[in-house]
Design a protein around this ligand. Structure first.
Ligand code: F6P
Length: 353
């Protein structure tokens, strides 16, 4: 069987994308009779009048396992479903390139685009989940998350020493969109005293009371807050709206809002650090390198078995797959009953409620 396979990375980048690209290409090349083409800048590379692609041969994908970002480039504003003309352009390019299948590596937004394109044009797709937010349905762990947790936890540790010297309340804002996984695991790993999640609206009074109690004893407090968190009755803190993007809302800045809310109630100074894109950059951890390699290898297996329309998943320790339709535009969120939330409460972490 001879196959031409396109690979693209869509949405925000994350550590481990190159490891997936490498595993997909090496598995298919070694299988024989497969040619792998990298599509540049996500769906944008297929929307251009002349498609932007490059050959992913053995040499091109060597030496990239541990490198952050994506050698293919990505876009989180490209929308192949924008209009009929764009869809025609994408379908025409896929035909012209002779692609039998496109492997889309991305988050729930990219999965929803891949599903929409497949439905509208008949282009075959296989999905690989990626995100530092860890919010993709049916996937317990996406690669990139472990690296982002390690980066944020390290930042919390560094903040703690200066917080303790100045007897301050230090707020650290993580990414994560509408899911609190990153704030929760980084907060636990970084020994935060207060962890505020998008899934549990916080009471300013409850957070202030916890900080005041610590003013008496430890004299400093570390608060880890996810960017999608909000006080009861408040709206989300939106950093900007990106026009044309399938998901136009960019969150960010709730750490500053919280500082303004808390300061009047406290004697200690309150300061905010927004971690931002440092959480998405850098080399993947060994865990993420292995997980990303497993995902890429399984995507190649799905292609060879002609199991199109499926997305790779991790269920417990087991790699599997589900229909892409089952994950398109669905987000996996932290539940208040989740073991980590219950444990955090039991060890005295304030969840803000
Ligand atoms: O989905 C990944 C993510 O890093 C989110 O955690 C964050 O809200 C968003 O992307 C930031 O997007 P941008 O890079 O467009 O600012």
């Amino acid at each position: 069987m001879s196959l031409r396979v396109g690979v693209l990375t869509g949405g925000g980048d994350c550590p481990g994308l190159n490891a997936v690209i490498r595993a997909v290409a090496k598995s298919l090349i070694r299988h024989g009779q497969c040619e792998v083409l990298g599509i540049q800048d996500g769906f944008e590379g297929l929307m251009a009048p002349v498609p932007r692609v490059e050959l992913l041969d053995w040499q091109r994908v060597s030496g990239i396992l541990h490198v952050g970002g994506t050698i293919l480039g990505t876009s989180n504003s490209a929308n192949p479903l924008r209009d009929a003309a764009t869809l025609d352009q994408v379908a025409g390019n896929v035909r012209m390139l002779g692609l039998d299948v496109v492997i889309a590596i991305g988050g729930d937004g990219t999965m929803s685009l891949a599903h929409g394109v497949a439905q509208a044009t008949g282009i075959q797709c296989v999905g690989v989940p990626k995100t530092i937010d860890n919010d993709i349905a049916h996937c317990e762990r996406s690669f990139g998350f472990d690296t982002a947790v390690a980066t944020a936890a390290e930042a919390l540790r560094r903040i703690e020493s200066t917080a303790s010297s100045h007897h301050r309340v230090m707020i650290v804002e993580t990414m994560g969109r509408h899911a609190g996984w990153l704030a929760l695991e980084a907060g636990l790993a970084g020994a935060a005293d207060v962890i505020l999640l998008p899934e549990i609206d916080y009471s300013v009074g409850a957070v202030a009371a916890h900080c005041r109690a610590r003013e008496q004893r430890q004299r400093y407090t570390i608060i880890c807050i996810g960017e999608g968190a909000k006080a009861r009755g408040d709206a989300l803190t939106v950093r900007e709206q990106v026009t044309g993007s399938p998901d136009p809302v960019r969150l960010g800045g709730v750490g500053h809002v919280l500082r303004m809310q808390l300061q009047p109630h406290l004697r200690s100074e309150v300061r905010t650090t927004v971690l931002g894109h440092v959480q998405r950059g850098g080399d993947p951890t060994p865990f993420d390198r292995v997980l990303a390699t497993r995902f890429g290898h399984h995507a190649a297996e799905l292609v060879l078995a002609q199991r199109f329309g499926e997305m790779v998943t991790l269920d417990g320790a087991r790699i599997g797959s589900v229909p892409i339709a089952a994950v398109a535009n669905v987000q996996r969120k932290v539940t208040p009953e989740h073991e980590l939330v219950v444990m955090a409460r039991d060890i005295g972490v304030c969840l803000g409620d």
